[in-house]
Write a protein that binds this ligand. Structure first.
Ligand code: SF4
Length: 352
Protein backbone atom coordinates (compact mmCIF):
# COMPACT_ATOMS: atom_id res chain seq x y z
CA UNK A 1 0.00 0.00 0.00
CA UNK A 2 1.20 3.54 -0.76
CA UNK A 3 1.92 5.94 2.03
CA UNK A 4 -0.82 8.51 2.49
CA UNK A 5 -1.61 11.44 4.71
CA UNK A 6 -4.51 11.04 7.14
CA UNK A 7 -6.55 14.10 8.18
CA UNK A 8 -9.54 14.29 10.49
CA UNK A 9 -11.06 17.78 10.08
CA UNK A 10 -13.34 19.31 12.70
CA UNK A 11 -15.65 21.19 10.33
CA UNK A 12 -17.22 20.65 6.91
CA UNK A 13 -15.43 23.70 5.61
CA UNK A 14 -12.03 22.34 6.72
CA UNK A 15 -12.90 19.00 5.14
CA UNK A 16 -13.72 20.60 1.79
CA UNK A 17 -10.47 22.59 1.83
CA UNK A 18 -8.44 19.50 2.73
CA UNK A 19 -10.10 17.31 0.08
CA UNK A 20 -9.77 19.85 -2.74
CA UNK A 21 -6.09 19.03 -3.11
CA UNK A 22 -5.20 16.70 -6.03
CA UNK A 23 -4.97 13.08 -4.91
CA UNK A 24 -7.20 13.54 -1.86
CA UNK A 25 -10.20 11.32 -1.10
CA UNK A 26 -12.92 11.36 1.52
CA UNK A 27 -13.09 8.47 3.94
CA UNK A 28 -16.30 7.48 5.73
CA UNK A 29 -16.79 3.80 6.59
CA UNK A 30 -14.36 2.78 3.84
CA UNK A 31 -16.30 -0.35 2.88
CA UNK A 32 -15.36 0.19 -0.77
CA UNK A 33 -12.39 2.58 -0.65
CA UNK A 34 -10.21 0.54 1.71
CA UNK A 35 -10.62 -2.55 -0.48
CA UNK A 36 -9.62 -0.47 -3.49
CA UNK A 37 -6.56 0.84 -1.66
CA UNK A 38 -5.48 -2.61 -0.48
CA UNK A 39 -5.78 -3.89 -4.05
CA UNK A 40 -3.73 -1.01 -5.48
CA UNK A 41 -6.68 0.24 -7.52
CA UNK A 42 -7.09 3.51 -5.64
CA UNK A 43 -3.97 5.32 -4.42
CA UNK A 44 -5.06 8.52 -2.66
CA UNK A 45 -2.20 10.62 -1.31
CA UNK A 46 -4.45 12.05 1.40
CA UNK A 47 -7.46 10.62 3.22
CA UNK A 48 -9.89 13.12 4.71
CA UNK A 49 -11.82 11.27 7.41
CA UNK A 50 -15.31 12.75 7.74
CA UNK A 51 -16.66 10.32 10.31
CA UNK A 52 -16.34 12.81 13.20
CA UNK A 53 -17.95 15.76 11.43
CA UNK A 54 -20.95 16.90 13.50
CA UNK A 55 -24.52 16.79 12.25
CA UNK A 56 -24.09 14.48 9.27
CA UNK A 57 -25.63 11.39 10.88
CA UNK A 58 -29.20 12.63 11.33
CA UNK A 59 -32.51 11.74 9.71
CA UNK A 60 -34.67 14.87 9.77
CA UNK A 61 -38.36 15.25 8.90
CA UNK A 62 -38.70 18.56 7.07
CA UNK A 63 -41.51 21.07 7.50
CA UNK A 64 -42.57 20.67 3.86
CA UNK A 65 -43.15 16.92 4.29
CA UNK A 66 -39.80 15.92 2.82
CA UNK A 67 -37.01 13.98 4.50
CA UNK A 68 -33.34 14.87 4.88
CA UNK A 69 -30.85 12.06 5.43
CA UNK A 70 -27.33 12.96 6.54
CA UNK A 71 -24.50 11.49 4.52
CA UNK A 72 -23.12 9.53 7.51
CA UNK A 73 -26.39 7.74 8.35
CA UNK A 74 -25.67 4.03 8.23
CA UNK A 75 -27.53 1.93 5.66
CA UNK A 76 -28.88 -0.37 8.40
CA UNK A 77 -30.05 2.51 10.61
CA UNK A 78 -32.03 3.98 7.72
CA UNK A 79 -33.48 0.64 6.62
CA UNK A 80 -34.63 -0.20 10.16
CA UNK A 81 -36.24 3.18 10.85
CA UNK A 82 -39.96 2.18 10.98
CA UNK A 83 -41.20 5.60 9.90
CA UNK A 84 -38.84 5.56 6.92
CA UNK A 85 -39.95 2.05 5.93
CA UNK A 86 -43.60 3.09 6.09
CA UNK A 87 -43.15 6.08 3.83
CA UNK A 88 -40.45 4.80 1.46
CA UNK A 89 -40.87 1.00 1.40
CA UNK A 90 -39.11 0.44 -1.94
CA UNK A 91 -36.01 2.19 -0.64
CA UNK A 92 -36.02 0.02 2.47
CA UNK A 93 -36.31 -3.08 0.31
CA UNK A 94 -33.39 -1.91 -1.78
CA UNK A 95 -31.25 -1.19 1.27
CA UNK A 96 -31.96 -4.58 2.84
CA UNK A 97 -31.17 -6.39 -0.40
CA UNK A 98 -27.70 -4.86 -0.60
CA UNK A 99 -24.40 -6.33 0.63
CA UNK A 100 -24.42 -8.20 3.96
CA UNK A 101 -25.78 -7.31 7.40
CA UNK A 102 -22.26 -6.49 8.58
CA UNK A 103 -21.61 -4.18 5.65
CA UNK A 104 -24.99 -2.48 6.01
CA UNK A 105 -24.15 -1.77 9.66
CA UNK A 106 -21.00 0.07 8.58
CA UNK A 107 -21.74 1.54 5.14
CA UNK A 108 -23.01 5.10 4.91
CA UNK A 109 -25.64 6.72 2.74
CA UNK A 110 -23.13 9.02 1.01
CA UNK A 111 -20.68 6.20 0.38
CA UNK A 112 -23.41 4.06 -1.15
CA UNK A 113 -24.06 6.73 -3.79
CA UNK A 114 -20.38 6.95 -4.72
CA UNK A 115 -19.34 3.29 -4.67
CA UNK A 116 -17.32 2.14 -7.65
CA UNK A 117 -18.27 -0.44 -10.25
CA UNK A 118 -17.81 -4.15 -9.52
CA UNK A 119 -16.40 -4.94 -12.99
CA UNK A 120 -13.83 -7.67 -12.33
CA UNK A 121 -11.30 -6.14 -14.72
CA UNK A 122 -11.43 -2.86 -12.82
CA UNK A 123 -10.32 -4.73 -9.68
CA UNK A 124 -7.59 -6.71 -11.48
CA UNK A 125 -4.57 -4.44 -11.93
CA UNK A 126 -3.12 -6.86 -14.52
CA UNK A 127 -6.08 -6.09 -16.84
CA UNK A 128 -6.57 -3.17 -19.21
CA UNK A 129 -9.20 -0.80 -17.86
CA UNK A 130 -9.98 2.68 -19.13
CA UNK A 131 -11.72 3.56 -15.89
CA UNK A 132 -8.66 2.72 -13.77
CA UNK A 133 -6.10 3.92 -16.32
CA UNK A 134 -7.50 6.22 -19.05
CA UNK A 135 -6.44 5.13 -22.54
CA UNK A 136 -5.43 1.61 -21.46
CA UNK A 137 -8.29 -0.15 -23.20
CA UNK A 138 -11.13 -2.27 -21.86
CA UNK A 139 -10.57 -5.99 -21.33
CA UNK A 140 -14.23 -6.47 -20.50
CA UNK A 141 -15.26 -5.67 -24.09
CA UNK A 142 -14.05 -9.07 -25.31
CA UNK A 143 -13.87 -10.78 -21.96
CA UNK A 144 -16.27 -12.03 -19.33
CA UNK A 145 -19.02 -9.49 -19.79
CA UNK A 146 -22.32 -11.27 -19.22
CA UNK A 147 -23.11 -9.00 -16.26
CA UNK A 148 -22.13 -5.75 -17.96
CA UNK A 149 -24.24 -2.87 -19.27
CA UNK A 150 -27.03 -2.98 -21.85
CA UNK A 151 -27.95 0.71 -21.72
CA UNK A 152 -25.84 3.85 -22.10
CA UNK A 153 -22.50 2.08 -22.52
CA UNK A 154 -19.67 3.05 -24.86
CA UNK A 155 -16.73 1.26 -26.48
CA UNK A 156 -14.58 2.81 -23.75
CA UNK A 157 -16.44 1.17 -20.85
CA UNK A 158 -19.35 -1.23 -20.39
CA UNK A 159 -19.40 -1.33 -16.59
CA UNK A 160 -22.52 -0.95 -14.45
CA UNK A 161 -23.22 1.01 -11.29
CA UNK A 162 -23.66 -1.44 -8.42
CA UNK A 163 -25.93 0.42 -5.97
CA UNK A 164 -29.38 -0.92 -5.07
CA UNK A 165 -30.20 2.08 -2.89
CA UNK A 166 -29.79 4.56 -5.77
CA UNK A 167 -32.42 2.88 -7.95
CA UNK A 168 -35.59 3.73 -5.97
CA UNK A 169 -33.99 7.03 -4.92
CA UNK A 170 -33.72 8.10 -8.55
CA UNK A 171 -37.28 6.92 -9.21
CA UNK A 172 -38.51 9.09 -6.33
CA UNK A 173 -36.66 12.26 -7.38
CA UNK A 174 -34.09 12.29 -4.58
CA UNK A 175 -31.79 15.31 -4.39
CA UNK A 176 -28.23 15.50 -3.06
CA UNK A 177 -26.90 18.46 -1.09
CA UNK A 178 -23.27 19.17 -1.91
CA UNK A 179 -20.82 21.36 0.00
CA UNK A 180 -18.01 22.60 -2.22
CA UNK A 181 -15.46 25.34 -2.51
CA UNK A 182 -18.18 27.66 -3.82
CA UNK A 183 -20.60 26.90 -0.98
CA UNK A 184 -23.65 24.67 -0.86
CA UNK A 185 -25.66 23.54 -3.89
CA UNK A 186 -28.26 20.90 -4.77
CA UNK A 187 -28.41 18.40 -7.56
CA UNK A 188 -30.96 15.82 -8.64
CA UNK A 189 -29.48 12.41 -7.86
CA UNK A 190 -30.37 11.41 -11.41
CA UNK A 191 -27.77 13.96 -12.61
CA UNK A 192 -24.98 12.93 -10.23
CA UNK A 193 -23.61 9.94 -12.15
CA UNK A 194 -22.21 10.16 -15.68
CA UNK A 195 -22.44 7.72 -18.55
CA UNK A 196 -18.99 6.59 -19.69
CA UNK A 197 -18.66 8.18 -23.15
CA UNK A 198 -14.93 8.65 -23.85
CA UNK A 199 -14.10 9.41 -20.22
CA UNK A 200 -15.24 6.49 -18.05
CA UNK A 201 -12.83 7.56 -15.30
CA UNK A 202 -15.18 10.51 -14.68
CA UNK A 203 -17.99 8.72 -12.90
CA UNK A 204 -19.89 11.69 -11.52
CA UNK A 205 -20.15 15.46 -11.78
CA UNK A 206 -18.52 16.24 -8.42
CA UNK A 207 -15.64 18.74 -8.41
CA UNK A 208 -12.47 18.38 -6.30
CA UNK A 209 -13.38 18.93 -2.65
CA UNK A 210 -17.13 18.46 -3.18
CA UNK A 211 -18.71 16.65 -0.24
CA UNK A 212 -22.21 15.17 -0.36
CA UNK A 213 -23.56 16.24 3.02
CA UNK A 214 -27.14 14.98 2.72
CA UNK A 215 -29.75 13.33 0.60
CA UNK A 216 -33.28 14.69 0.40
CA UNK A 217 -36.54 13.06 -0.56
CA UNK A 218 -39.35 15.41 -1.61
CA UNK A 219 -42.76 15.25 0.07
CA UNK A 220 -44.27 13.86 -3.14
CA UNK A 221 -42.25 10.66 -2.76
CA UNK A 222 -44.51 9.59 0.10
CA UNK A 223 -47.54 9.54 -2.21
CA UNK A 224 -46.26 6.26 -3.70
CA UNK A 225 -45.95 4.40 -0.39
CA UNK A 226 -48.98 2.14 -0.94
CA UNK A 227 -47.75 0.83 -4.29
CA UNK A 228 -43.97 0.64 -4.30
CA UNK A 229 -41.55 -2.27 -4.73
CA UNK A 230 -37.91 -2.94 -5.49
CA UNK A 231 -37.01 -6.25 -7.12
CA UNK A 232 -33.53 -7.59 -7.73
CA UNK A 233 -32.29 -10.62 -9.62
CA UNK A 234 -28.89 -11.76 -8.35
CA UNK A 235 -26.75 -14.82 -8.69
CA UNK A 236 -27.22 -15.87 -5.07
CA UNK A 237 -29.87 -14.96 -2.54
CA UNK A 238 -27.82 -12.50 -0.52
CA UNK A 239 -24.50 -10.64 -0.57
CA UNK A 240 -24.57 -10.27 -4.34
CA UNK A 241 -24.91 -7.32 -6.69
CA UNK A 242 -27.87 -7.02 -9.04
CA UNK A 243 -27.77 -8.71 -12.40
CA UNK A 244 -30.86 -6.60 -13.04
CA UNK A 245 -33.11 -4.71 -10.65
CA UNK A 246 -36.14 -2.45 -10.87
CA UNK A 247 -37.88 0.04 -8.60
CA UNK A 248 -41.55 0.56 -9.42
CA UNK A 249 -43.88 3.02 -7.70
CA UNK A 250 -47.45 3.82 -8.66
CA UNK A 251 -50.23 6.15 -7.65
CA UNK A 252 -53.55 4.49 -8.42
CA UNK A 253 -56.92 6.23 -8.19
CA UNK A 254 -60.31 4.83 -9.25
CA UNK A 255 -58.68 1.87 -10.94
CA UNK A 256 -56.23 3.88 -13.06
CA UNK A 257 -52.58 4.80 -12.75
CA UNK A 258 -52.34 8.53 -12.19
CA UNK A 259 -48.55 8.57 -11.92
CA UNK A 260 -45.82 5.96 -12.35
CA UNK A 261 -42.16 5.90 -11.41
CA UNK A 262 -39.72 3.34 -12.77
CA UNK A 263 -35.95 2.96 -12.55
CA UNK A 264 -33.58 0.08 -13.32
CA UNK A 265 -30.33 -1.07 -11.74
CA UNK A 266 -27.54 -3.30 -13.01
CA UNK A 267 -28.06 -2.19 -16.60
CA UNK A 268 -25.93 0.95 -17.00
CA UNK A 269 -23.16 3.05 -15.47
CA UNK A 270 -25.81 4.95 -13.54
CA UNK A 271 -29.18 4.16 -11.98
CA UNK A 272 -31.46 4.27 -15.01
CA UNK A 273 -34.69 6.27 -14.84
CA UNK A 274 -37.19 4.99 -17.41
CA UNK A 275 -39.18 8.17 -18.03
CA UNK A 276 -40.74 7.15 -21.35
CA UNK A 277 -42.04 3.97 -19.73
CA UNK A 278 -43.46 6.03 -16.87
CA UNK A 279 -45.29 8.23 -19.39
CA UNK A 280 -46.72 5.15 -21.12
CA UNK A 281 -48.34 4.09 -17.85
CA UNK A 282 -50.06 7.38 -17.02
CA UNK A 283 -53.82 6.91 -17.26
CA UNK A 284 -53.58 3.17 -17.91
CA UNK A 285 -55.42 0.45 -16.06
CA UNK A 286 -52.80 -1.34 -13.91
CA UNK A 287 -52.83 -4.61 -15.83
CA UNK A 288 -50.49 -6.99 -17.65
CA UNK A 289 -50.76 -5.38 -21.09
CA UNK A 290 -49.83 -1.91 -19.79
CA UNK A 291 -46.91 -3.34 -17.82
CA UNK A 292 -45.63 -5.34 -20.81
CA UNK A 293 -45.81 -2.20 -22.96
CA UNK A 294 -43.92 -0.19 -20.34
CA UNK A 295 -41.22 -2.87 -20.19
CA UNK A 296 -40.80 -2.74 -23.98
CA UNK A 297 -40.49 1.04 -23.85
CA UNK A 298 -38.03 0.94 -20.93
CA UNK A 299 -35.66 -1.38 -22.81
CA UNK A 300 -36.25 0.01 -26.33
CA UNK A 301 -32.70 1.37 -26.59
CA UNK A 302 -31.00 -1.60 -24.94
CA UNK A 303 -28.28 -3.50 -26.77
CA UNK A 304 -25.90 -6.14 -25.52
CA UNK A 305 -22.31 -5.11 -24.79
CA UNK A 306 -21.12 -8.73 -24.95
CA UNK A 307 -22.56 -12.05 -23.80
CA UNK A 308 -25.43 -10.32 -22.09
CA UNK A 309 -28.35 -10.35 -24.52
CA UNK A 310 -30.23 -12.26 -21.82
CA UNK A 311 -30.16 -9.22 -19.56
CA UNK A 312 -32.48 -7.29 -21.87
CA UNK A 313 -35.27 -9.86 -21.65
CA UNK A 314 -34.54 -10.38 -17.96
CA UNK A 315 -34.88 -6.63 -17.39
CA UNK A 316 -38.21 -6.57 -19.24
CA UNK A 317 -39.51 -9.38 -17.07
CA UNK A 318 -38.32 -7.82 -13.81
CA UNK A 319 -39.96 -4.53 -14.82
CA UNK A 320 -43.28 -6.32 -15.45
CA UNK A 321 -42.99 -8.17 -12.16
CA UNK A 322 -42.05 -5.07 -10.15
CA UNK A 323 -44.98 -3.14 -11.64
CA UNK A 324 -47.34 -6.07 -11.03
CA UNK A 325 -46.32 -6.36 -7.39
CA UNK A 326 -46.43 -2.60 -6.88
CA UNK A 327 -49.99 -2.55 -8.26
CA UNK A 328 -51.03 -5.35 -5.89
CA UNK A 329 -49.83 -3.18 -3.03
CA UNK A 330 -46.88 -2.68 -0.73
CA UNK A 331 -46.73 -5.53 1.81
CA UNK A 332 -47.43 -4.68 5.45
CA UNK A 333 -44.04 -6.03 6.37
CA UNK A 334 -40.77 -6.22 4.48
CA UNK A 335 -40.60 -9.65 2.76
CA UNK A 336 -38.39 -12.33 4.29
CA UNK A 337 -36.15 -12.09 1.23
CA UNK A 338 -36.12 -8.34 0.56
CA UNK A 339 -36.35 -7.43 -3.12
CA UNK A 340 -36.34 -11.06 -4.25
CA UNK A 341 -38.80 -11.94 -7.01
CA UNK A 342 -38.89 -15.38 -5.36
CA UNK A 343 -40.63 -13.99 -2.28
CA UNK A 344 -43.92 -13.87 -4.15
CA UNK A 345 -45.97 -16.39 -6.12
CA UNK A 346 -48.47 -15.13 -8.65
CA UNK A 347 -48.82 -11.56 -7.57
CA UNK A 348 -50.32 -12.22 -4.15
CA UNK A 349 -47.75 -11.27 -1.54
CA UNK A 350 -46.32 -13.68 0.98
CA UNK A 351 -44.83 -11.58 3.71
CA UNK A 352 -42.60 -12.58 6.60
FE1 SF4 B 1 -12.65 -0.96 -16.96
FE2 SF4 B 1 -15.10 -0.25 -17.67
FE3 SF4 B 1 -13.78 -1.93 -19.18
FE4 SF4 B 1 -14.59 -2.72 -16.76
S1 SF4 B 1 -15.90 -2.19 -18.46
S2 SF4 B 1 -12.58 -3.08 -17.72
S3 SF4 B 1 -14.44 -0.81 -15.62
S4 SF4 B 1 -13.21 0.19 -18.78
Amino acid sequence: MNNFEYIRPATISDAVTAAARPGAAYLASGTNLLDLMKGGIARPSRLVDITRLPGLDRIERLGDGGLRIGTLVRNADLAHDPDFANHYPAITEALLSGASAQLRNAATVGGNLLQRTRCGYFYDTASACNKRKPGAGCDALHGDNRLHAVLGWSEACIATHPSDFCVPLVALDAVVEIEGRGGRRELALESLHRLPGDTPEQENVLEPGDLIVALRLPAEARAFARHARYLKVRERTSYAFAVVSAAAALRIERGKITEARLALGGVAAKPWRARAAEASLAGAVPAADAFARAAQVALADAKPSGDNLFKIELARRIVVRALTLAAVGTPDRIPALPASPLSSGTGALHVA
